[in-house]
Write a protein that binds this ligand. Sequence first.
Ligand SMILES: [Mg+2]
Length: 222
Amino acid sequence: MANNNGFHIDMDVIYPKNLRSFCSFIICDIDGTLADPTQRAARHNVPWPVHNLDEFPESFTEEDIRKFLSPQEVLKDPITKNANEIKCYLFSLYENMITFYITCRPPYLKETTRKWLRRNHFPRFDLLIRDDTEENLNTSVDVKLHLICNKILKISGCYIDRLYLIDDDDNILNKIPDILYQQYPDINTIYTIDAKSDKIEVKLIPFYDEHYEYLKLINKNS
Ligand SMILES: [Mg+2]
């Protein structure tokens, strides 16, 4: 796992097993949040938004999808109307946070996505992209949840103070916080930022009473 400055560090050194620290994370989506694929979608007659490979209309062949998701095409995407504001936000917070970009794009677009981010002067953070083992995950919520849980939370070894989700997909913003609160009782607070709204605002997602009840139940049964 790499830290924010690009150095690869053995997590055991930072988080000895008996001394867990508190960490805060920002998890920032790419398509529709930073990159605007609408012109590319129009060129290929793809009804946007398509949040996941399985959301393409049935009439689309693998070849159609491959063309739409070719590195040359993806690199042409302009930034979204809110991308600069989000970029400022990422720069303002990155010293205190561990930040990841996250995307449901296919794994072969990893280097292309990094190149696009560099080309558009986004800060350099690790990129979480779906891998071949996630092929059977059908929705963007499934893919991103899998990436967040297995590539960040499980291995970080720390308590999670704040977790920010920046995304343009309502499914991600509405469903993932609830699931994470239930699965990771160590998380203090989750915030969301809706990247497609007219005004970029941080919204606190409260830890609902029913989650306390749920946790009490788990603790009682464990
Ligand atoms: Mg998106």
